[in-house]
Write a protein that binds this ligand. Sequence first.
Ligand SMILES: Cc1ncc(COP(=O)(O)O)c(C=O)c1O
Length: 400
Amino acid sequence: MNISTSSQDLIAREEQSMFQVYRRLPIAVQHAEGCYITSVDGDRYLDFLSGIAVNALGYGHPRLLDAITRQAKSFMHLSNVFYQEPQVELAELLLRHTGYGRVFFSNSGTEAMEGALKLARRWGNAREKTEILAFSGGFHGRTYGALSIMAKPLYKAGMEPFLPNTAILPFNNSEALRKAVNKQTCAVVLEFLQGEGGIVFAEPDFVNTLLELQEEFGFLIIGDEIQAGAGRTGKFFGFDHFLVKPDIVTMAKGIGGGLPLGAILAMPHLESVWDKGMHGTTFGGNPVACAAGIIVMKELYGGVMRNAHEVGCYLRENLNVLQQNYPTVIEEVRGCGLMAGLKLSVPAAPFVEALLKRHVIANATADTVIRLLPPLIVSRKEVDEFIVAMQDCLKAQAGQ
Ligand SMILES: Cc1ncc(COP(=O)(O)O)c(C=O)c1O
């Protein structure tokens, strides 16, 4: 890619000032609107990543901007020492639409996971249940609790020791789950639709086994909906595609519409597990972030979630055609709604680079999967634009 002096300058300054933990795209961003990002060099990109499933309403959504501006003018931060309308309104909206019993707001996904693990352990300790089980391919965040229930060596190397009484089992393996669960099992944590793991759904048989075991041993199910939740799959939660209702749900990403916001939702039977002072945060439930969350909820139920379903179906139909045309490269079209994956027979990274050259942003995950997470407001026309670019990349790869 041709990178201008001003982009190069920013990249050099970043390298000199920040920990080098991110593999960033070589784009310095100037502005973003709708589903498009414009670089400081004036290049315009179609964004099929949306801040890794965060910008549910795209960039610069007028009602979102209006709500956060009005809220910031009233008060921008109070701390949880005070009662504040935006938090309560968002909590009420979440409960009304999901049937859960209580909400706790955090700033991020990983913090929601930490809180969920603490809530489960406190529930379990009163019942002599401490073991927490999770699955390979799951991604839950970068703090110690979350990392303790994740398998990927790169994320953990040299940072041991992790939480005791945790185990990671192979995903979608009912037999391994049966062997691992016993009366000490406190909680089973899973993404019903794994994102970073390569857009992989839990298999119905595996979910049935989980529910049978829960019936027998009485543990909690924690559904990590940080990526698949907030309407991304065309339903509010990824697990809404199954007949299941986890005891605890974690959310973040899309629910804040671009501001840092996470949430723990718990079933009514857990509402008294924590007493005053047992959990807390300074920033969590920030009123401006909650004001954004309220608009996200209203927009989702006002048509955006339907769009995610309908345009998601359209996207998948088109991806299926690509798969039929390039069956040796595209092994499988995965996902649901606007959380889609193309499982390739070859590494995904060169395709992501090729897409970027055609001014389309996507992401490679689990080595061989191109992950697509466009804003939930994306149109069929923008899907067409993506498909043309993807087809072009496939043609070039096939030397056509
Ligand atoms: C399923 C899932 N859980 C948890 C997290 C962690 O969220 P955060 O990066 O906000 O801490 C992520 C982030 O990618 C995620 O996709």
